[in-house]
Design a protein. Structure first.
Lengths: 331, 320
């Protein structure tokens, strides 16, 4: 494992069995699977913000959960700081998990409504037994100050419903940080926030990354927002990575027709720049029976015969170091 | 485009809550013209959805219109009987919500929805004829013919939202109120839906009030934009002047804090503070605690919403 990588994902797959009714199960023998994540490879380097972007059903959230080992992979491995999580016992996984924390989209759903804000933030200190009761309060207060939950002493005793949306998301961030993790998996962390709050939260996340020496996996459907925080980004489509590179590479020189379509479809807040580019036909197909060959070929304007037969591997774009694309026609 | 279809005068809406009275909409004046797309934007809690629901008199209790009038084709909707209002809803004014699943009957096929809508509102059509019309309409929405007998849950979110627009078309509604119609859609599907909406709008000269927090969606579709903040209308202008030269400091801050994929800057501008608590709104201009241009007068006196240039209005003491 390269020293610079905090996370290495290799051949990672997650298939979920499709639930069927009793009769249906008697009649059809064949079991069906949702190919949520279908064989992906990437590294997250220490100290970077790695973006994972795609539409709903692309497998980005499942990937995040696999890295945290909240779900068991069907195949493949995740190395966290050189250790294969799948090979660890549950107790060891628990200890490793202290070093990886998660921020979900909905701060309301991720805070216990019966726990005071400060208690909720400090709860993980108790779970992992890293702080004595009397230390806990001071550690939590300090973290609340750091994420801008001020006045911390007042807000400590508020319940989640008494906080504003922005404050709730700050509380979720504080809770993730209080254990001083190495990796934060942020799954649509600001999607629910209002525009003016969003900018503040993004700024806060960048600041905290520097202060605490963090690495982020930033999962998002919003390419316009990802631009302001990610260093590198992977675009997912139907369980596979179709393009990966630095922001500059992916946004300025997108190679995959899907990436190009995705970027062109983002509404631009400028009436002089109304979109004129054509859109791909139809919608993302079912991940239960993904199309053969390149998964994007039925919607792709530049598809050729080989695209419907062979799955293109993710390979380097010649002359552009670190830029990977999975597309037959792309040169 | 100068024929007013909807005129809202001095409309105020209250929500009594356990902890106090929330004035969700406060003295709003707004005119919508036939054939235009009016974008109504603002952050959550600014009153934009409440305003949209009030036009149809569909406020969720305990919300109550306490003052003002809403003239639709010169009839005051607030004076209509509940029965008269019901006949107007759907038929003359249609609503498209964020989640179409809440508006489609899960036990009815898509074709049945459309056929039923056509037959209820244009009585003398035979079943067969209505089905033919429905098929043509569904085709116009870009939904393949073999999907027309599907149930709502079998369709994707994008297709469901197309059906909602289709129902409004089947009714030949004069006014469509679309409240966050694309918020639950993925970007490509959203763009496809906006394309369809723009085409239909041009073809049928539809009048649409587009309520959204997404400034990008408004920039794609709207002819004019109304900006709300804390229950007040703070600015109204045609789309290009509004984006080129926003007058109200809130609009200025809002536009600067929207991520733009086309720009190369790597930093978003941040607006200080957060929207006010509407139970205890700030005195004077509601934006004054966050305003970079705040003056003494702003703290005490509420600026009126008035003309601040050619065909544009703003509520700000800077433009006296």
């Amino acid at each position: 494992m390269a020293e610079q990588n905090l996370v290495e994902v290799r051949g990672l797959k997650k298939w979920f069995p499709v639930q069927k009714g009793f009769i249906e199960r008697l009649v059809t023998r064949q079991r069906q699977f949702v190919h949520a994540v279908d064989g992906i490879d990437f590294d997250i380097r220490r100290g970077e913000v790695f973006g994972l972007a795609g539409e709903s059903g692309s497998g980005k959230t499942t990937t995040g959960r696999l890295i945290l080992r909240l779900v068991e992979p069907t195949a493949g491995s995740v190395l966290f700081d050189g250790v294969d999580l799948a090979a660890l016992s549950l107790e060891e996984v628990r200890r490793t998990r202290k070093r990886m924390q998660v921020i979900f989209q909905d701060p309301f759903a991720s805070l216990n409504p019966r726990m005071k804000c400060g208690e909720g933030i400090g709860h993980s200190l108790e779970i992992f037994r890293v702080a004595r009761k009397d230390e806990k309060r001071s550690q939590v207060l300090e973290m609340m100050e750091r994420v801008g939950l001020t006045p911390a002493r007042v807000l400590y005793d508020k319940y989640p419903h008494q906080l504003s949306g922005g404050q709730r998301q700050r509380a979720v961030i504080a809770r993730a940080l209080v254990l001083h993790p190495d990796l934060i998996v942020a799954d649509e962390p600001i999607a629910m926030a209002d525009v003016s709050v969003r900018a503040l939260l993004l700024d806060l996340m960048v600041q905290l990354k520097q202060d605490f020496n963090l690495t982020y996996l930033f999962i998002t459907h919003d390419l316009a927002t990802a631009k302001y925080i990610c260093d590198r980004i992977a675009i997912m489509y139907l369980g596979l990575i179709c393009e990966l590179g630095t922001l500059e590479q992916v946004y300025r020189h997108p190679q995959h027709p899907y990436t190009q379509a995705l970027l062109a479809a983002v509404p631009v807040p400028d009436p002089h720049a109304r979109r004129t580019a054509a859109l791909p036909k139809g919608e993302i197909p079912s991940p239960i029976t993904p199309p053969p060959g390149c998964r994007f070929h039925p919607r792709c304007p530049s598809a050729t015969e080989i695209c419907s037969q062979e799955l293109p591997p993710l390979r380097p774009v010649p002359g552009d170091e670190g830029h990977l694309v999975a597309c037959h026609p792309a040169k | 485009m100068n024929e007013p279809i909807l005129q809202i005068h001095d409309l105020s809406i209250d929500y009594p809550t356990r902890v106090g009275l929330v004035r969700a909409v406060d003295g709003v004046d707004l005119t919508v013209y036939r054939g235009e797309v009016l974008g109504l934007v603002g952050e959550s809690g600014c009153g934009k959805s409440t305003l949209g629901a009030a036009i149809l008199r569909l406020l969720r209790p305990p919300g109550k219109i306490i003052a003002g009038e809403i003239l639709f084709n010169e009839r005051n909707l607030l004076a209509l009987s509940e029965d008269g209002m019901r006949r107007l809803r759907g038929a003359r004014i249609s609503m498209v919500f964020q989640d179409p699943m809440t508006c489609l009957n899960p036990l009815q096929r898509i074709s049945d929805h459309v056929v039923e809508t056509i037959r209820t509102h244009h009585g003398e059509v035979s079943k067969q004829e209505a089905r033919q019309q429905a098929a043509a309409l569904i085709d116009r929405l870009g939904i393949r013919a073999e999907r027309m007998d599907d149930y709502p849950h079998q369709l994707s979110g994008g297709m469901r939202q197309r059906v909602m627009i289709g129902l409004a078309l089947a009714l030949r509604a004069d006014l469509i109120i679309a409240d966050e119609p694309t918020t639950s859609l993925d970007v490509i599907v959203e763009a496809q839906f906006l394309d369809l909406l723009r085409d239909l709008q041009r073809q049928f000269n539809l009048t649409i009030i587009l309520i959204t927090h997404n400034i990008g969606v408004v920039a794609e579709l709207a002819d004019r934009v109304a900006v709300m903040y804390a229950g007040k209308l703070v600015e109204l202008a045609e789309i290009e002047p509004l984006f080129d030269e926003p007058l109200h400091p809130y609009t200025q801050g809002l536009l600067k804090s929207v991520p733009n994929i086309n720009l190369t800057e790597d930093h978003l501008r941040i607006m200080d503070g957060s929207p006010p608590d509407l139970i205890h709104p700030p005195s004077g201009c509601r934006f004054h605690p966050r305003c970079p241009h705040v003056m003494e007068r702003c703290r005490v006196e509420m600026p009126p919403f008035r003309e601040a240039g050619l065909a544009r209005w703003a509520a700000c003491w800077l433009y006296e």
